[in-house]
Ligand binder design. Structure first.
Ligand code: MEV
Length: 422
């Protein structure tokens, strides 16, 4: 169940108790959620020169229905409104049947660079002749992956004419199961390079995965009913199309449009210790594939629906690397139903689409600041000591006063309590 009415009105303890009752959280999970889930001793082994930990809020977006399955979406980021916006768009999408998503098999790309080759075309020929050998050698480096039906899936070669002369680049492909795959790919790249350098009669240089993970694409689609877009639904639908077309036509808007998509995707990635830089690098380079930076989503009106779609590479993992080093990562995965990496990509693509739709909807209607300020005011009201039943009144008054600060929250709480006691 992901459609939880009034989840946002509960306080933190109530939300945890609610999720515990539904079987999503144990008492131990709740303890980890309070502590942030990462031990300093472990942190000290994760990166260098550690001096401490830093925490981010972890929220849960509701209402997501992805391929007919209810999903609670864990999101960790510093920005207000994002979780609420995703939940709102997911609710609208839900009334149109939810998100239909699909992702490619988790195949990552590795690259090996060869330089100082006398005859690159002849070199290509020699490597191609050893296709089967290369595959066998690579798979020997991947015993665990082979056991679980992943492994080397082939390679391509390209002769490149660069300012530093001709060079050869070998691209190879490995099914990495539920991992992101960086370690696997880099191991294979380094393992294959000397043998292939002999074949090409040149020198190998860079041996590294490519974050342009275009063999690992994810796509999601949703139908947003026009009748759910307010009383002026037809106008709003048309305005969404205008907004989308601005992003198509203008890079200044397209970058911000895609930033909104990444608000959702990266927030999920943060919750599960995925490599957010890799995801961003892949997404934005894919947005530029035509030579012109483009939005990662597209929209059109189909009858009584605004139909939205997203497509982007998603190099995401449910195991390996840093995933699971923080106990909260495991809780976050559990909330999503312990997906495979492929299912995770489907969920994340859906979240990206939801986030983008919500941002555009806000932009073409009341603007982005109103909701943003209201939410910010709510969280300030809570931290200034407002009781749950006072929060909305305090937040509304702060918006009215156009002063969204901790001090104003304190003053308004007092003012409201004084009025109440008169
Ligand atoms: C803010 O973090 C994201 C937005 O700017 C996205 C957009 O403009 O589409 C609201």
């Amino acid at each position: 169940m992901s459609s939880i009415s009034g989840f946002y009105k509960m306080n933190v303890d109530e939300r945890r108790a609610f999720l515990k009752k539904l079987g999503y959280l144990t008492d131990e999970d709740i303890q980890s959620l309070s502590s942030g889930g990462l031990e300093i001793s472990l942190a000290d082994r994760m990166i260098e020169n550690v001096i401490g930990l830093i925490s981010y809020p972890l929220g849960v977006a509701t209402n997501f229905l992805v391929n007919g399955k209810d999903v609670l979406v864990p999101m960790s980021l510093e920005e207000p409104s994002v979780v609420a916006a995703a939940s709102k768009a997911a609710k609208i999408a839900r009334s149109g049947g939810g998100f239909m998503a699909e992702a490619d098999e988790p195949v990552m790309i590795g690259t090996i660079q060869f330089v100082e080759i006398k005859d690159p075309n002849e070199a290509v020929h020699r490597v191609m002749e050893q296709r089967d050998n290369i595959k066998r050698m690579a798979n020997e480096m991947l015993p665990e992956i082979i056991k679980k039906a992943g492994g080397f899936e082939g390679f391509d070669l390209k002769v490149l004419y660069t300012d530093a002369g001709e060079m050869l680049e070998l691209y190879f492909y490995v099914h990495v199961l539920d991992a992101m795959g960086a370690n696997t790919i880099d191991t294979v790249a380094e393992g294959l390079a000397p043998y292939i350098a002999d074949l090409v009669k040149g020198r190998y240089l860079l041996r590294i995965l490519s974050n342009y993970a275009v063999k690992r694409m994810a796509r999601a689609r949703a139908k947003f009913p026009v009748e759910e877009l307010g009383k002026d639904g037809d106008r709003v639908a048309m305005d969404l199309i205008y907004a989308y077309n601005l992003a198509k036509a203008d890079v200044f808007r397209a970058v911000t449009h895609n930033k909104g998509i990444m608000n959702g995707i990266i927030a999920v990635a943060n919750a599960i210790n995925n490599d957010t830089r890799a995801i961003e690098a892949g997404a934005h380079s894919y947005a530029s594939r035509s030579g012109k930076y483009q939005p990662l989503t597209d929209y059109r009106i189909e009858g009584k629906y605004v139909v939205g779609q997203i497509e982007l590479p998603l190099q995401v993992a449910t195991v390996g690397g840093s995933v699971g080093l923080n106990r909260v990562n495991k809780i976050a995965l559990k909330l999503m139903g312990n997906p495979t990496s492929k299912e995770l990509a489907e969920i994340m693509a859906s979240v990206g689409l939801a986030q983008n739709f919500a941002a555009m909807l806000a932009l073409v209607t009341e603007g982005i600041q109103k909701g943003h300020m209201k939410l910010h005011a709510r969280s300030l009201a809570l931290s200034a000591g407002a009781k749950l039943e006072e929060v909305d009144a305090v937040a509304n008054r702060m918006v009215e006063l156009n002063s969204i600060t901790f001090d104003t929250a304190k003053k308004v709480i007092e003012e409201i309590r004084n009025k109440g006691s008169r």
